[in-house]
Write a protein that binds this ligand. Structure first.
Ligand SMILES: Cc1cc2nc3c(=O)[nH]c(=O)nc-3n(C[C@H](O)[C@H](O)[C@H](O)COP(=O)(O)OP(=O)(O)OC[C@H]3O[C@@H](n4cnc5c(N)ncnc54)[C@H](O)[C@@H]3O)c2cc1C
Length: 469
């Protein structure tokens, strides 16, 4: 017998049969690479699943789903393993891992890409940028395309081209019954609606089809730094400057201790700073002209906003979000940045203890806000800004204290919060009420109806869950 969980054992023959039928492999607790296979991005999450099915293709995913259903196994689905609260791994669960599914096929003439679920953002960018194209995605290369897209997908080109889901044309899905279906505007349109924003609830996406847009290859981007003391003035100026920005501009504000990276001047290393990071994807001269007032504001201590390849900018944050460090994140959307929010933000930023903590404030709007709210399940189209309050330590040392700081910071801003981006939420701690708020009551009810149709038993429940009732 193979022990999956306390009180739950499977016959060796059933496990051996599943293993023999997979093109990928099955990793159990006694396998030498078990510890590697169960690791996820967030090092503070240390969970021990019972079995991990590393799927090499759609057939493996179907077999894995049918196996889990036959034996009633609690099941987690994993692609890039970057869920902040670790929703893709669980103690004593069966894990369906799509990380081996790395196919990307770009059609440069049709400007589309077919992307398998295990592809990471940097892998997708590399293939699309070979043709001067891109799909809207996120800002760290090792994040999974799958989880990011199914929750919405925000990133540097969003104000011009929208969310990742806004360029999604179709998905291949393995359902809770182990059936294979396609969802698009023409096939199962209601499922396609739900997949775009609440996607982890209705099935396992094995492949995505994106429409691509021309980007770069050269853009104008990079951080401008001020001392942390200047935070209130910098935030006020950023608010005015970014308010009427063309869609070609997206920007993020970061508060942190300046990291010891080659592009950060040595004298700033370890110093508390606020930085504005513009990213301009239009005409380069125009971009430099637009960014000028921001870089000339106050006494910037360093300015490395420059012409550079889009691919280089896409990996700029990689050293700030190194895998297996200890992380905690919460998020929320607000229509705008008020003076009171600025005061709270500057106050909490000045109390960051860990040299690894950094929290982004995202400029939203543009193309995202011009799509009808009904177009997809995503709930944050009217957000003017999105906060991603988080903390990081190298390991357990100092983590509790830093996490409490993040929780308190988030709570101190509660009065201004409207919606929330599900991919930036913590796990159970926030609860169903918060998920309902993220989508709004009408969409939540519509999502529940969809859940009753496609997953009435809530087989897919290790996610930002929409319960069937
Ligand atoms: C370093 C870092 C940077 C980030 N940057 C951004 C950013 O720039 N923009 C942004 O929008 N978000 C960003 N995020 C948040 C990110 O979108 C989510 O963490 C997302 O869930 C990651 O997807 P994944 O496939 O890596 O995650 P996983 O942990 O593998 O999965 C996350 C969730 O999706 C479900 N899931 C995974 N694969 C599938 C599938 N194939 N079919 C159905 N359900 C599936 C899982 O069950 C789980 O509930 C970032 C996260 C990290 C850690």
């Amino acid at each position: 017998m193979t022990a999956i969980a306390e009180g739950l054992t499977l016959e060796e023959t059933a496990v051996a049969e599943l293993s023999a039928g997979l093109r990928g492999d099955l990793v159990g607790r006694d396998d030498p690479d078990y510890d590697e296979a169960r690791k996820i991005w967030n090092g503070s999450i240390d969970r021990r699943p019972g079995l991990i099915a590393r799927c090499a293709g759609v057939a493996d995913v179907i077999s894995a789903v049918k196996f889990a259903r036959t034996f009633g196994l609690p099941t987690a689905v994993r692609s890039g393993g970057h869920s902040f609260p670790g929703l893709s791994i669980a103690n004593d669960a069966f894990v369906i891992d799509l990380g081996l599914m790395k196919g990307v096929r770009v059609d440069p003439h049709a400007r589309t890409a077919r992307v398998q679920a295990g592809v990471l953002l940097g892998e997708l960018d590399k293939e699309t940028q070979a043709f001067g194209l891109a799909a809207p995605a996120g800002i760290v290369t090792h994040t999974g395309v799958a989880g990011l897209t199914l929750g919405g997908g925000i990133g540097w080109i969003q104000r011009k081209h929208g969310l990742s889901i806004d360029k999604l044309r179709a998905v291949d899905v393995v359902t809770a019954d182990g059936e294979f279906v396609k969802a698009s505007a023409d096939e199962h349109p209601e499922l396609f609606w739900g997949m775009r924003g609440a996607g982890s609830n209705f099935g396992i996406v094995t492949e995505f089809e994106f429409e691509l847009v021309p980007v770069g290859p050269t853009i104008v981007a990079g951080p401008i730094f001020w001392t942390m003391e200047d935070s209130p003035e910098v935030l006020r100026f950023w608010r005015e400057w970014s308010a009427d920005a063309p869609d070609e501009l997206m920007s993020i504000v970061i508060h942190r201790m300046a990291p010891p990276l080659p592009f950060v001047p040595k004298e700033l290393h370890g110093q508390p700073v606020v930085s504005v990071i513009p990213c301009w994807i239009g005409d380069l001269d125009e971009g430099e002209k637009f960014i000028k007032p921001m870089r000339e504001f106050g006494d910037a201590t360093a300015d490395v906003c420059t012409r550079k390849p889009y691919l280089m900018h896409q990996s700029m944050f990689d050293p700030s979000f190194v895998p297996h460090r200890w992380y905690y994140f919460r998020g929320f959307d607000a229509p705008e940045l008020s003076d009171e929010m600025i005061d709270v933000t500057a106050d909490y930023a000045s109390r960051i203890k860990s040299p690894l903590t950094s929290f982004p404030i995202w400029q939203m709007g543009g193309a995202i806000s011009r799509r009808s709210d009904d177009d997809s399940a995503f709930g944050g189209r009217s957000a003017g800004i999105t906060y991603n309050i988080g903390c990081c330590t190298e390991n357990a040392e100092g983590f509790e204290e830093e996490r409490q700081w993040a929780r308190d910071f988030w709570s101190a801003l509660q009065d201004w919060q409207t919606s929330a981006y599900v991919n930036f939420m913590s796990g159970d701690e926030e609860g169903e009420g918060r998920i309902r708020a993220a989508y709004g009551p009408e969409k939540f009810d519509r999502l529940q109806a969809l859940k009753r149709k496609w997953d009435p038993d809530n087989f897919f429940r290790l996610n930002q869950n929409i319960p069937p009732d």
